[in-house]
Ligand binder design. Structure first.
Ligand code: CU
Length: 218
């Protein structure tokens, strides 16, 4: 049991970091430089603000990092891509989207087959969305470029998942408006009956949402 869940956690991490594929077939291999040249931009100083996740060094040296986690400003609309990477990892990008109250989020199938469904009792899930809102589910999208949109009339934090890939950590969040972090069901402790990999992912999303809402420690 324990081994199973830690393996699932590893899959979840791999899904977000996109490891290189090993596609050398005939092995004359002396020209393997192209894919490694990824780290060449240095104008950023030492603040790793890219969109690659690094879980370590999270809090070192103060709280001065902005742009952490890529939570954007509030806008009337936002887009989220549903992605399967070459190595089989799956994720929503960005993990946390943000719109104004009454704003619309559009999910686009970039690759693979995915859905996006609210953590809502109406979807047979614990409630990780505001009280009084409706359940929504894109149903499975399997054609590249297919889209689903939902308009969010109620301020709050909404966690959602991809049904076939939830256990691998394909979970995302939408922040609508400027809600009080203390009043969000989504930001409570992750549901106890979920697998560790899911709980860890939700905790990660909660950290990003709390930070975006200026709700640190106090
Ligand atoms: Cu999926």
């Amino acid at each position: 049991m324990v081994q199973l869940s830690s393996a699932a956690a590893a899959v979840g991490l791999a899904g977000c970091s996109g490891t290189l594929t090993s596609s050398s077939d005939s092995g004359s291999g002396s020209t393997e430089t192209s894919e490694e040249a990824d780290h060449s931009d240095e104008d950023d100083g030492h603040d790793e603000g890219g969109d690659e996740q690094s879980d370590d060094g999270h809090d070192e040296g103060g709280h001065g990092d902005d742009g952490h986690g890529g939570v954007g400003d509030m806008t009337p609309t936002a887009g989220v891509e549903m992605v399967t990477t070459d190595d089989g990892g799956t994720h929503f990008e960005p993990h946390v989207a943000r719109v104004e109250t009454g704003g619309t989020v559009t999910w686009t199938l970039e690759s693979g087959s995915h859905n996006a469904a609210a953590y809502h009792p109406g979807n047979d899930q614990p409630r990780l969305v505001p009280e009084g809102t409706e359940a929504w589910d894109s149903e499975m999208l399997s054609e590249d470029g297919a889209t689903f949109e939902h308009t969010f009339e109620t301020e709050g934090v909404y966690h959602y998942y991809c049904a076939p890939h939830e256990a691998g950590g394909m979970i995302g969040s939408v922040i609508v408006g400027e809600p009080d972090a203390h009043e969000q069901p989504a930001l409570d402790d992750p549901p106890a009956d979920k697998p560790d990999a899911v709980r860890e992912k939700i905790t990660e999303l909660n950290d990003m949402c709390n930070e975006a809402l200026g709700h640190g420690h106090d």
